[in-house]
Design a protein around this ligand. Structure first.
Ligand SMILES: C[C@H](O)[C@H](O)[C@H]1CNC2=NC(N)=NC(=O)C2=N1
Length: 114
């Protein structure tokens, strides 16, 4: 059983065939900071100092999405980006969404400016 955000971010996405049951989705959500389940999608708003930092984040997130073949919906503003993950093949949430959310968090928690 995955019991921490670090364990989540060490995983890689695999083809998903079943939705997470809601109790498991709630349990995994509690491992992450700043994310919510909104209209069935794992969602977080990220804020930055300026457009350059926002776009640098978006590009780094695109790299993660490419490597994992799992792609968030993005809404990009001048100093913010809202990322939403869901899994098309299960029409809901899978472990893949939580894995990518945990990897996205590294960009701001470890690589981001204090
Ligand atoms: C064929 C390809 O691997 C799939 O369509 C991938 C691509 N990226 C994806 N991204 C997201 N967010 N959900 C998916 O189910 C998904 N599936």
């Amino acid at each position: 059983m995955i019991a921490s955000a670090d364990e989540l971010r060490m995983q890689h996405c695999a083809h998903a065939t079943t939705q997470l049951d809601p109790a498991e989705a709630t349990r995994l959500l509690a491992l992450l900071d700043g994310w919510a389940i909104d209209e069935g999608r794992l969602t977080r708003a990220f804020t930055f100092r300026d457009y350059y930092e926002t776009m640098a984040f978006v590009n780094a997130l695109a790299y993660i999405a490419h490597c994992e073949d799992h792609h968030p919906e993005l809404v990009i503003g001048y100093r913010n980006c809202v990322a939403r993950f869901a899994t098309h093949s299960v029409q809901g949430l899978s472990l893949n969404d939580f894995i990518c959310a945990a990897k996205a968090d590294v960009l701001v928690r470890v690589a981001g400016r204090p």
